[in-house]
Design a protein. Structure first.
Length: 315
């Protein structure tokens, strides 16, 4: 399937037959791909490598799930894809296109909110409400299983490099070129280094290969399939099937631009501050602008970012 990406829009690719597809690694197109219960279930069962006795049977999901606890400054926390299973497991799937200086802090923060929201929903579940009052008291501090899944389209440091100064335990997941961090038995992280994953996994030999290659590289990098689930997933990414509102949104901005350029600004500001030189800040700010231009952010957003950089440079 040749990549004939000669479209003028960076979020659309065209195959040899002229069929146009949306690339699924932008926030809006990622949600379009996962807007199907069976797709999310299959993706999770594949990534978690769950056997028949432990696989997810049923689930509910929501995009950009608002959490009922607020960040400092009253900014609400939103999780990309919130998943609640029938057996009271709570999961969050985050697609990360760019690393930033506080990436690991953000992972821990999101997992904390996931745990709080999971506990909130667990205490309102049929299972919990069916307990006697004595049982409810006994289970007062019980938290459900939570799993934070981060699909990262950039190289990840080795676990020892990341956690060399902490007591956290980890086990390397060689097969996924990522890692699981079992901080507590019911509170888990799965981080998938998609760059390394694709280097180690040549071709598509499993459902996990299909999903991770599709999410990371796009529809032209996976084989056509007669499997109804996989076929329907590709159909949701066909431009001809896309919701007009989605296409309009993509035309306006490809990324969640606020978080995208905030990450770029933070990275380059801290770099300049560490160097302790005004010229270092200037160079860092110029790098930030060039990155945002390459990302395809609209001119008005880049102008806004320039103004914010200038304000930071004067401090």
């Amino acid at each position: 399937m040749a990549n004939e990406n000669n479209t003028t829009k960076p979020y659309i690719v065209k195959n040899a037959d002229g069929v146009e597809y949306l690339l699924p690694y932008y926030p809006a197109t990622f949600r379009a791909l996962l807007d199907d219960k069976d797709t999310i279930r299959d993706l999770l069962n594949s990534i978690l490598e769950l056997d028949n006795d432990h696989e997810i049977v049923d689930l509910s999901y929501a995009f950009e799930k608002y959490i009922d606890v607020f960040m400092p400054g009253d900014e609400p926390m939103r999780l990309d894809v919130w998943v609640s299973t029938r057996d009271n497991r709570f999961m969050n799937i985050e697609l990360q296109n760019r690393e930033h200086p506080f990436f690991l802090d953000r992972m821990q923060l999101y997992n904390a909110y996931l745990t709080i929201r999971g506990k909130h929903d667990y205490n309102r579940s049929e299972q919990f409400l069916a307990m006697s009052e004595k049982e409810k008291v006994a289970h007062y501090y019980e938290v459900p299983e939570t799993v934070s899944i981060w699909l990262c389209r950039f190289p990840i440091l080795e676990p020892r490099e990341i956690y060399k100064d902490t007591w956290m335990l980890y086990s390397k997941l060689d097969v996924k070129a990522g890692m699981a961090l079992p901080l507590f038995p019911k509170n888990k992280y799965i981080i998938v280094d998609l760059v390394k994953f694709l280097k180690l996994r040549k071709g598509v030999n499993s459902r996990e290969d299909f999903w991770l290659r599709l999410i990371s590289r796009g529809p032209l990098e996976v084989p056509e399939s007669e499997d109804p689930l996989l076929k329907n997933a590709l159909d949701r990414l066909r431009v001809s099937n896309a919701d007009p509102e989605l296409l309009k949104k993509m035309e306006q901005f490809m990324f969640d631009e606020m978080h995208a350029y905030d990450a770029v600004i933070a990275e380059n500001f801290l770099k300049g501050k560490t160097e302790g030189k005004s010229e270092g800040k200037t160079e860092g700010h110029a790098d930030a602008i060039s990155v945002m231009q390459a990302m395809g952010l609209p001119p008005e957003k880049i102008a806004e970012a320039k103004a914010r950089l200038e304000a930071l440079k004067s401090k």
